[in-house]
Design a protein around this ligand. Structure first.
Ligand SMILES: *[C@@H]1O[C@H](CO)[C@@H](O)[C@H](O)[C@H]1NC(C)=O
Ligand SMILES: *[C@@H]1O[C@H](CO)[C@@H](O)[C@H](O)[C@H]1NC(C)=O
Ligand SMILES: *[C@@H]1O[C@H](CO)[C@@H](O)[C@H](O)[C@H]1NC(C)=O
Length: 264
């Protein structure tokens, strides 16, 4: 939940420095990076279930357009990060805070709804970006330590653990901030945003916040978060590099030694 009147989406690529050739020849290389994992940080724009795990279920009709259930996401369907992992042919990211059925083999999601960049009492979530980075450091230390404990044998949970060698080759993404000058689809009885899917009884009358019929015509799903259609449009432009600086497709993002920043 952000109060800012603008949206920004930042992808920060932390890069492997193994290639020795010049930057230009690396960018021109046709080979994809084949990122083995994605680590994401942010707020509800890219929360794939942390708030549901930690605080309370995101209710339907969230998720109605794609998952058929809320899937912990504040949107009618997939988020930008979901389209990015799909494009990299990786599974959807498991929230770090999810304790059941988690699979971190191809990355983890530290994004938590309502988070701010810095710690402030105005934020719904305690998990500001600094905390999320601390969680990532803990995650990495625990992973390395579990690998060490096995003395060369396969740990029982190896299939769902991150692989130590993948940390330096992974794609790191940040997605935080909101926009909202638009009409929205899931009209909240309790106002914009978190009201979608909730029922209230003001003055004894039942009011339910439901989805509109023509979801695909809306950029905003609930007054704060993008609809799946908008997420897909933004994701496509991130993936093809057209809104990045320099204009590098996500699949080629490891070809640069500097960070690549995409902004909307
Ligand atoms: C794991 O073992 C390696 C090699 O012995 C060591 O360098 C590293 O510090 C250990 N890491 C952890 C987290 O225990
Ligand atoms: C509830 O009733 C009060 C007093 O009549 C009124 O001011 C308020 O707008 C009503 N709330 C809703 C949500 O209808
Ligand atoms: C991923 O996105 C790139 C850039 O838009 C596109 O060329 C490629 O076909 C996409 N790959 C998949 C598997 O969707």
């Amino acid at each position: 939940m952000a109060t800012s009147k603008f949206t920004f989406f930042i992808i920060l690529f932390l890069l492997g420095l193994t290639e020795k050739s010049s930057t230009a020849s690396r960018i021109n290389s046709r080979k994809s990076c084949n990122f083995p994992a994605v680590y994401n940080f942010g707020d509800s724009n890219s929360d794939t279930g942390a708030i549901s795990a930690a605080i309370g279920e995101v209710p339907p009709p969230n998720g109605v357009a794609f998952f058929g259930r809320s899937a912990g996401r504040h949107s009618d369907g997939r988020l930008i990060i979901d389209f990015i992992t799909e494009n990299l042919t990786l599974p959807y990211l498991t929230p770090y805070l999810d304790s059941v059925g988690a699979n971190y083999r191809h990355g983890a999601n530290f994004a938590t709804g309502g988070s701010c960049i810095r710690p402030t009492v105005a934020c719904f979530s305690q998990f500001h970006i600094g905390t999320q980075v601390s969680q990532f450091i803990h995650f990495k230390t625990r992973t390395l330590s579990l690998y060490n404990q096995t003395n060369g044998k396969t740990p029982f949970c190896k299939g769902v653990l991150a692989r130590p060698k993948d940390f330096s080759k992974a794609l790191y993404t940040f997605d935080i901030g909101f926009v909202d000058p638009f009409d929205y689809c899931c009209v909240g009885a309790v106002g914009r945003g978190m009201g979608c899917g909730k029922t209230i009884f003001p003055n004894g009358t039942e009011l339910y916040s439901s989805s509109c019929q023509n979801r695909k015509n809306f950029i905003s799903w609930d007054g704060i978060h993008y609809s799946e259609t908008a997420n897909m449009l933004v994701a496509n432009r991130i993936l093809d590099g057209s809104i990045s600086n320099p204009p590098l497709p996500t699949q080629k993002a490891c070809k640069l030694t500097k960070n690549v920043v995409g902004k909307v």
